[in-house]
Design a protein around this ligand. Sequence first.
Ligand SMILES: *Cc1c(COP(=O)(O)O)cnc(C)c1O
Length: 488
Amino acid sequence: MKYLSTRGHPERRRFCEILLEGLAPDGGLYLPERYPQVDDATLTRWRKVYHEQSYAELAFEILSLYVDDIPAADLRVLCHKTYTAEVFGTGEIVPLRHLENGLWLEALSNGPTLAFKDMAMQLLGHLFEYELKRRGEQLNILGATSGDTGSAAEYAMRGKAGIRVFMTSPHGRMSPFQQAQMFSLQDENIHNIAIDGVFDDCQDIVKAVSNDLDFKRRYRIGTVNSINWARLLAQVVYYFAGYIQATTSNEQTVSFCVPSGNFGNVCAGHVARMMGLPIAQLVVATNENNVLDEFFRTGVYRVRGSADTFETSSPSMDISKASNFERFIFDLLGRDGARTKALFADALGREGQFSLGDDPVFPATRTEYGFVSGTSTHQDRLNTLRDTWERFGQMIDTHTADGVKVAREHLQPGVPMIVLETALPIKFAATLVEALGREPERPPRFEGIEALPKRVQRMPASVEQVKAYIETQCAPASGKEEPRWIEP
Ligand SMILES: *Cc1c(COP(=O)(O)O)cnc(C)c1O
């Protein structure tokens, strides 16, 4: 399997080559040259694999279709090291639970940081460690987070040999619980950088540093943000596991509703659907930052400025643009790299928006690709949290509440709707208290973390200052030893 760029660069790369990288050289995103097709017999076999063996083994089966430069025996070990009941709380790893007629929740948030990002990041930690050891190299991971990505990355990479993490986050914008989760880590290889700005300022810094190819090479900069292909691939697995749990026959279809920000999670659903998984609808649920809902309703993709990017009570979806969206548009446009480039590099750069509303391909977003969408506001969130608690005795988090609200608008008779539970309520306790007048349950291992000492550097939104900090941290402690990650 080879990978190509959404912007038409002629180079083709292999999985382990793109594993440690972010954007393609032309600024595009990597996608596989083709989507492997899962036939009826394979899907039937995978049912058995999941029910009678394990989620880890299902992950191995799916990853094998995309990864041909890691020996199968090694890949299997990596999957089994990652997806254990100890790390993810249950043997099913992603159990479904019933909410009401036709509506299910798929639990993706029982990993170390209580958000779905652990599902991919824990695997990435093992993949990175494996590949770096094989190459005899080191890596400095530079990331941007509005909360959940950063903690998931840090908990996946902490203490891993050959890896440092430099994680930028918007100062003061994460919940106290999220800040405590990240900043309380005392591991030497974890560096928290609080930026005076919004999440997109952090993301722009990561992009600017990654686009400085000389700096990137010299300091071995890699990323783990949601544009990383390996992360997306790891997320494909739980769409299969959700389908397998909700159905007994391959004749049945299901829909997924996905609380969305950067379009990473639901893009994995798109990949699963392209592989032949019988998905009826992919329901995109946004909060007040409804860039994606606007596109799927009107065909207009309009990037928001900082002033129009709202701070909401589902903050992990507070985005001004959707970093992974280019992957879907590339497929929608029949994989026309030149046209994708014209839209994302030229039109967006010039006008901050483009429209496919009048383009003949636009209706295919719904008819051929199954996408529909909706928006949920703070008031909707409160109502949904209350309703779910009062009627079903279940506490869900604010992002998942956005999913439940929008899912109900797209229910179809006879088609199970699976809402992806993207975090546990304790991460966003203030809004739960506002809705229910009570604190959400806190898993015992997180008792008192807000009081722990914090390790964090605060900085203005300056690419140069972030680079300088990385340089300092990578400099040898004494003059004696030449650090291996700086090229001679
Ligand atoms: C990251 C995140 C999302 C959004 O996921 P995308 O892949 O960016 O669309 C939704 N909910 C929670 C809790 C998250 O952490």
